[in-house]
Design a protein. Structure first.
Length: 156
């Protein structure tokens, strides 16, 4: 696993579907198909990598109450339709870490990020964002997830 690092993220328009329930039970294929279909119907340019904005900490919130937004970035003018909402991600400083491994190891990646945040004098200020760079693969019976985890931060 690589080390966390501080990056600047540009502002972006997003289209998203709100989800409530266990993070491991998000109907990804359905949501992604709907989001990219919406982009085509709206005649906007979608981003390449879908993302999840994780509003709940699964170590503090019951799995069935976890909230997330499954999203894509887009360029162009569009309207919210068919359960797909539109929002903006502001420009922000984020601590990032690339995660390549089973979903059960996400907690290790997040722990490494939060240790870095504490050691460097920052504090988390908003919901973490996970950008998925590849489709998950099953390797030796284990689903491997490829994601860039980003935690918005500011100096203490």
């Amino acid at each position: 696993m690589a080390n966390p690092k501080l990056e600047s993220r540009k502002a972006a328009s997003i289209a998203y579907i709100e989800h409530k329930g266990p993070y491991g039970e998000v109907p990804w294929s359905e949501y992604i198909e709907r989001l990219y279909g919406w982009a085509k119907g709206q005649k906007v340019m979608p981003g390449f990598f879908p993302m999840s904005i994780c509003h709940s900490d699964p170590s503090k919130v019951a799995a069935e109450d976890c909230r997330s937004d499954i999203a894509i970035t887009f360029k162009g003018k569009a309207e919210a339709t068919g359960g797909i909402k539109i929002g903006n991600l502001p420009a922000m400083k984020v601590v990032t870490l690339s995660h390549k491994g089973p979903g059960v190891e996400f907690s290790d990646s997040y722990a490494k990020i939060h240790d870095w945040i504490s050691e460097k004098g920052y504090e988390a200020v908003d919901a973490p964002i996970e950008i998925y760079s590849k489709k998950p693969k099953v390797i030796k019976g284990v689903t491997v997830i490829y994601a860039k985890i980003m935690v918005p931060v500011k100096k203490k």
